[in-house]
Every structure is written in C-alpha cells, then in structure tokens.
Ligand binder design. Structure first.
Ligand code: NI
Length: 255
C-alpha cells in the first residue's frame, strides 16, 4: 500500500477525468494521499476533494511564487481551515527564487507567518524550495520549525542539507526526478536518507517519473518512485511501501 504525500488533484489538468485518475491510483495500490492547495482556488479544491474521498486528506498553504497575493484575511482563513478534520498539514510554503513574481522579502515574510501559524495550530508543514536552500534552512531554524516538523517536498538538495533538515524534525520526500536517468544527486541522497525519514510523492500533475516523463503525472505513478528507491536502497518494494506509509501516517497523525 502506497502513500502519495503530495498530489495536486485540485489542478485543472484533472478537470475532465478526476474520478478515473483517483480510481487508477487505487488500482495501483495507492491507499492514501494528501492533496495540496497553494492559493485560494487550489485550497478550496483540496478541501472539496478531501471531503469527497475518505482516503484523501488536505494540506493548505500559500505558495511562495504567489506570496505577494496573500492578504491578512487569507491568513485568518488558513487558521480556520486548520480546524477542518481532513486538514493534516499547512503548505505548501517556502521560498522560490526561480520566479520573480514575489520579491524575496515578501516571500520570507509570508513563509515566516505560515510557520508561526503552524506552531499555533500544531500542524506539520510542507516546504517548497527552489534555489533557496540556505534561506529556507535559516528561517526554519530562526522560527523554531522543529516544533512542528514536516516535509521537505520533492527534495533536490545535498546529503548534508538532507541531514540538516532531518535534525530539524523534517522528513525527506522524493518524487519523479529520482527516477530520471541522469539524476545522480537525488539517487545518492535517497540512498543516504534513513528509511524512517523517507517519504514518496508525485507532485502530480508535474514532475512525471520515467518512463512517462513529459506526460501528465498522476498518483498511480508514485509506484515508479517507490520501485526506484527500493532498488537504490536494496530492499523490497513491499518494505519500502510499508515504511514510507507508516512514516506519512505518523507525521500526519492519520490512524
Ligand atoms: Ni506541489
């Protein structure tokens, strides 16, 4: 049984065939998923899907690329949503220095506010990091994020950074890129991360694993991520699936 810790079934790429995509995931052994919202529209979508399917949970947060759009009312709204029985985490949140829609200081401010909220409502956080590792680690430390812990989503950093994040009470989650033929670094890091700190995800509809790279991603493909990591770690697919599912349930407090 697989736990996909990061799906965007709330994306418009699934508007036509959401039900079939979810059915296909079940058929491939995906027993649980967390649907992640990152702005008003996708947060509403994540809540709707989590209310509709008992095996899908929701995470709610504000994406760093759109940090400039988040209002004080939005933060109050997030706090309210945190009480929803199917909301298991805040995020995705973090820093993204690849796109320049939101200035860095705005991104940092919105990131800090969400960490502070997570500590208040006692929920783990899901971190999005693009070209901003140093600042992310610094802010997590300064804000005392270890108190709630969470996930370094679609991790692409070094072994050293992975260890630093694990020491701060974070899990390291791998997605499609670990299956890419030329992905040396993610493969090395996946080998080094202890099994009890490892999670798997698709981040669908993005980052489709090999051999479907370039096509739309979907939760059923998390199986390919699990197979790749099991092979890298020299353990069975069943053990990898079991351990990563247990890790996710422990973190999200799902029984
Ligand atoms: Ni995502």
């Amino acid at each position: 049984m697989l736990f996909d810790t990061h799906v965007h079934l709330n994306a418009r790429q699934y508007a036509e065939d959401e039900e079939e995509v979810i059915k296909r995931a079940k058929t491939e052994g995906v027993s649980t998923m967390v649907c992640v919202g990152f702005d008003q529209e996708t947060i509403n979508g994540a809540i709707r899907i989590a209310e509709q399917y008992d095996f899908i949970y929701a995470a709610v947060g504000w994406h760093p690329v759109d940090a400039i759009d988040m209002t004080a009312e939005d933060l109050v709204w997030l706090e309210k949503l945190a009480e929803h029985p199917k909301v298991v985490a805040l995020g995705e949140m973090g820093l993204d220095y690849h796109w320049d829609k939101s200035p860095k200081d705005v991104q940092k401010d919105v990131f800090r506010k969400q960490i502070q909220l997570a500590k208040k409502v006692k929920l783990p956080i899901i971190i999005h990091n693009r070209d901003a590792t140093q600042d992310i680690v610094e802010i997590l430390k300064e804000e005392g994020a270890h108190e709630v812990g969470g996930i370094m989503h679609c991790f692409s950093g070094s072994v050293e950074t992975a260890k630093e994040c694990i020491d701060m009470n974070f899990y390291i989650s791998f997605g499609g890129p670990v299956t890419f033929k030329n992905a040396k670094k993610p493969k090395e890091v996946a080998i080094e991360v202890p099994l009890e700190k490892l999670l798997i995800e698709t981040d669908c509809p993005y980052l489709t694993p090999h051999p479907y790279r370039g096509k739309r991603n979907e939760p059923a493909f998390v199986k390919l991520v699990a197979q790749q990591i099991a092979e890298l770690k020299g353990i069975t697919y069943e053990e990898l699936a079991k351990k990563t599912s247990e890790n996710a349930k422990r973190l999200f407090r799902i029984s």
